[in-house]
Write a protein that binds this ligand. Structure first.
Ligand SMILES: C[S@@+](CC[C@H](N)C(=O)[O-])C[C@H]1O[C@@H](n2cnc3c(N)ncnc32)[C@H](O)[C@@H]1O
Length: 221
């Protein structure tokens, strides 16, 4: 799959940031696209503002990004949909791993981060909004054509009913596909059976702060 992805890599340099049909510009983080692309300062500021929504004090490490990339499955015409893209470290690993920019869609709820993603991820689909609203958030043509959903939103901290809202939204746009979810938990961050899912830990790395696992959740047969 890796070679095929590399072959179809697209070097488009247009920027698409979607927010209810309007363009968003990056202006909040005292940083520009020429700054370190992980923008750890913006990440830290958002953690101070809302630690539960961020779930981490720093962006994911390169080691975790590589493990997420390895777990991605998609046919050449399918999208990868990343939820909670933050400052885009996983998004960039996906692009470097050969996902064509136009086949990557990232969703981020924090406007300044979504604007940063729009500045630094040329050619991708950057969507500012709440992942619980995925079915209405995605541009036409994307829903139902998603190979892998990657959920970076810290679901473990949420009550069961809230977790279900995210899971329902993901299942609506990627029926039958399940999703990847990275987490710092030693055991499954989601009570899989209660959500009608099967959980499998696909990878673990100590080279992240804190050490992290990549889980794959699939609908129970
Ligand atoms: C643990 S951080 C992951 C950031 C990045 N993917 C990384 O690996 O460094 C979680 C991200 O999810 C975003 N987020 C939280 N709730 C969200 C929601 N309901 N919809 C979309 N994004 C959300 C946060 O703003 C934050 O950027």
């Amino acid at each position: 799959m890796h070679a095929a992805l590399l072959q179809e890599r697209n070097k488009s340099d247009s920027i698409m940031t979607v927010k209810a049909g309007t363009q968003t510009s990056f202006d909040e983080a005292n940083a520009t696209a020429s700054d370190s692309t992980s923008n750890a300062w913006l990440f830290f500021k958002r953690w101070l503002a809302n630690p539960l929504e961020m779930g981490s004090i720093v962006p994911s490490s390169p080691a975790l990004c590589r493990r997420v990339l390895r777990a991605v499955r998609r046919a050449p015409d399918e999208f990868v949909l990343e939820l909670g893209a933050g400052t885009g470290v996983i998004s960039r690993a996906l692009l470097e791993g050969g996902i064509p920019p136009e086949k990557l869609a990232v969703v981020e709820i924090v406007p300044s981060m979504a604007a940063w993603l729009g500045e630094t991820l040329p050619g991708t689909n950057v969507i500012e909004g709440d992942a619980r609203d995925l079915p209405s958030l995605l541009p036409p043509g994307l829903a139902g054509r998603v190979g892998t959903v990657i959920c970076g939103i810290p679901l473990v901290l949420l009550p069961l009913a809230e977790q279900r809202r995210f899971i329902t939204a993901m299942q609506a746009v990627a029926p039958g596909r399940g999703f990847l979810h990275y987490s710092y938990c030693v055991t499954s961050p989601l009570p899989a059976a209660k959500h009608g899912l099967t959980a499998k830990r696909e990878a673990w790395t100590p080279l992240n702060f804190p050490p992290a696992s990549v889980w794959r959740y699939t609908p129970q047969a």
